[in-house]
Design a protein around this ligand. Structure first.
Ligand SMILES: [Zn+2]
Length: 332
């Protein structure tokens, strides 16, 4: 009898625990490709319900995934969607139940949380509920690109956040996939080049500065390639960098290419690039008024800056460059 009871108890425990553990395991086991596939399904499902382009969901989700990685006070996302709502936002500031999932009481307390998958719960950790809640927010502004930008402005109150997210949407619309992780080395390997890790070194020109990048030395007019998928954010002259280009990728990273001798035809602010696309040519421009060149040997100054939703900071691009160079050699 006792044995039977124990067996029954054990069976119940197993039955209760099994779905949870397999669910957690399933999430862990998803490959990157599978995650992209499932995410795209979620976005497209929401597009079919709301007529809001899936790329808008992808853009905001991607932007906020980057924010979660760069802001320590933001928790890691639990599901596939990274769009973040605080408990107060979701349940309503005056809601005594911060973990409220009842759509009626959430609405009563002015929370934004909605039930997107029709299970009767508005769950702050449920991917479909989060996306549906965000879709509802976008809908209230309208369906044009301009409406999207206004909605982003209301959400982030920061021009740079609006521009980065809007750029992400453009990239997703152009390539029609989420799988855009490829990178390229900034120069074709058939050319001679050399670089060392000089990040953080002191620089003299223009006051005391530290060197925020890696210098890749090469001959004049060696083609310079985009290293990631992204949008050309800045193109033109700057007194330090000379002719320079800035490209924003989907990790919210700004790639800065300086001292160019010239730009590739057709590359303009707003252009969308793929890794390996030629954007300009190696030179020695900079350290003076527009057109100044030859004050140092020709090289590409390559910098990387991460946006965290408030500000941007430089980090050492050398490890990434080494990595991309290695990958490029493998492909050859
Ligand atoms: Zn440099």
């Amino acid at each position: 009898m006792l044995f039977l009871r124990l067996t029954l108890l054990f069976a119940i425990i197993v039955a209760v625990l099994t779905p949870m553990t397999t669910l957690a395991a399933e999430q862990e086991e998803l490959t990157t490709e599978q995650k992209y596939e499932k995410r795209l399904e979620l976005y497209q499902k929401m597009e079919s319900v709301t007529t809001i382009p899936w790329a808008y969901f992808a853009a905001v989700d991607t932007y906020e995934r980057g924010l979660r990685r760069s802001q320590k006070d933001l928790p890691k996302e639990e599901g596939l969607v990274a769009i973040y709502y605080s408990e107060d936002e979701w349940a309503g500031q005056l809601n005594p139940d911060k973990k409220d999932t009842n759509p009626i009481s959430i609405e009563f307390f002015g929370g934004v949380g909605l039930d997107g998958d029709g299970d009767g719960l508005a769950d702050r950790t449920n991917d479909e509920d989060i996306l549906y809640t965000f879709a509802h927010y976008l809908e209230s502004f309208g369906f044009t690109e301009e409406d999207f930008r206004i909605a982003l402005w209301e959400k982030y109150q920061r021009v740079q956040s609006v521009n980065i997210t809007y750029g992400h949407a453009k990239v997703y619309q152009k390539f029609n996939t989420l799988d855009l992780d490829d990178h390229a080395f900034p120069m074709p390997l058939r050319h001679n080049f050399s670089y060392n890790n000089t990040w953080g070194d002191r620089r003299g020109w223009g006051g005391r500065r530290i060197h925020e990048g890696t210098d890749i030395f090469a001959n004049y007019n060696v083609p310079i390639q985009a290293t990631a998928y992204g949008v050309v954010e800045i193109k033109g002259w700057n007194s330090y960098g000379g002719w320079r280009i800035g490209i924003r990728d989907l990790d919210n990273i700004y790639h800065y290419y300086a001292h160019l001798s010239g730009f590739e035809k057709g590359i303009e602010e707003g252009s969308i690039v793929s890794p390996g696309d030629v954007i300009g040519y190696c030179g020695s421009s900079g350290y003076g008024k527009p057109g100044t060149q030859g004050k140092f040997p020709p090289h590409l100054h390559y910098g990387m800056y991460r946006d965290n939703g408030y500000t941007e900071w430089s980090f050492d691009p050398y490890p990434s460059l080494k990595n991309w160079e290695r990958e490029a050699r493998k492909k050859k």
